[in-house]
Design a protein around this ligand. Structure first.
Ligand code: UFG
Length: 341
């Protein structure tokens, strides 16, 4: 029988790409989203890519009754939980809003999921931000977590711990946390992608918006870091590759192949890329010149972080496949699509 996967936050950037890959792999998907940080563009794009309308429930996971109703209405075998606030700066300004939203929604989900007849599998979308600044690179899942530098980062650590402790205590649930490095790009169809509200915080949307003329100039935050070209190093992971890691992880849970009841995997390429390298690759692959300047360092940025993805490669049978160039071409095609060009 087909298994059903609930994707909370399924109308967002990562959730929409994961939904497409889950459906391609033969799962039934239910999307639930409160639409607090997105519009219907990605949901419509998902339906266009798949050629069918997917079940969509507009709801807030902070509403316990709504979560109970969702589980009563659909035979949910696994949940992938994306529904959360994600802006670092905003979390510093509004910590209570972040703690309330990101923790209460996840606790509600776990409380309901654990009581489901037959149990439930929970995949939590975590972040490389839990590693903080570290000089032992690349980072493995065993690398120590540093204390979080923002309430947002803290909610990622806390939710990981809540999942770990719940899995230990309650027979009904199993859990996986995926720690993403820097997800970028868009679906090759250019029908779904990243849609930041207002001025983008992240590098790639800022690059594409500058290239299309929405922003005047990209600021490169710092060029005297102790790296080869002086700019920060990150592990940029293609969004479709990232989405496929979720399918592998869900299959591992549903097929009973987990080695422990709670598992953590890094989802990255293992390849460090500097800000300047990324900008140059974008210019080259898309045949354009980007207006950029060197600006002061951004407070809170770590100098360098990239993944050791060995565990995901071996255990999930997953590997990042797309090149940075392919990914940046897809990001640009998406920006042009949303600009109607
Ligand atoms: N950068 C610029 N100019 C910009 C935006 C970013 O030079 O306009 C640089 C940053 O300084 C950094 C790199 O590009 O060196 C990547 O920055 P992003 O904001 O795209 O990504 P981060 O690595 O800062 O963010 C990641 C995740 C977040 C998470 C954060 C925590 O994407 O979800 O780490 O530190 F919260």
């Amino acid at each position: 029988m087909k298994k059903t996967v609930l994707v909370s936050g399924g109308a967002g950037f990562i959730g929409s790409h994961v939904t497409v890959e889950l459906c391609n792999a033969g799962y039934d998907v239910v999307i639930a989203d409160n639409m607090s940080n997105c519009d219907e563009t990605n949901y419509n794009g998902v339906c266009a890519i798949l050629g069918k309308k997917l079940p969509f429930v507009k709801m807030d996971f902070c509403d316990r009754g709504a979560v109970e109703k969702l589980f009563a209405d659909y035979p949910i075998d696994a949940v992938i939980h994306f529904a959360a606030f994600k802006a670092v700066g905003e979390s510093v300004a509004e910590p209570l809003m972040y703690y309330h939203n990101n923790l209460v929604s996840f606790i509600n989900l776990l409380e309901v999921a654990r009581q489901r007849k037959g149990g439930c599998n929970v995949l939590f979308s975590s972040s490389a931000t839990v590693y903080g600044e570290t000089d032992r690179l690349p980072v493995t899942e065993e690398s120590p977590r540093q204390s979080a530098t923002s309430p947002y980062g803290n909610t990622k650590q806390m939710c990981e711990d809540i999942l770990r402790d719940s899995v230990r205590a309650y027979a009904g649930i199993k859990g996986i946390a995926l720690r993403y490095f820097n997800p970028i790009g868009a679906h090759p169809s250019a029908l779904i992608g990243e849609l930041p509200r207002g001025v983008p915080n992240n590098l790639v949307p800022f690059i594409t918006q500058t290239a299309i003329g929405k922003r005047e100039c990209l600021s490169i935050f710092g060029n005297d870091y102790p790296t080869a070209d002086g700019t920060c190093l990150r592990d940029y992971i293609d969004i479709v590759d990232l989405a496929k890691a979720h399918v592998c992880a869900v299959a591992r849970m549903l097929d009973g192949r987990m080695k422990e009841e709670y598992e953590i995997f890094n989802v990255g390429t293992g390849r460090p890329v500097s800000v300047l390298e990324l900008v140059n690759a974008f210019e080259k692959v898309n045949g354009l010149k980007l207006n950029y300047k060197i600006a002061p360092c951004r407070p809170g940025d770590v100098v360098a972080i990239w993944a050791d993805p060995t565990r995901a490669n071996k255990e999930l049978g997953w590997k990042a496949e797309r090149s940075v160039e392919e990914t940046l071409a897809a990001a640009w095609a998406w920006e042009k699509h949303i600009a109607g060009k």
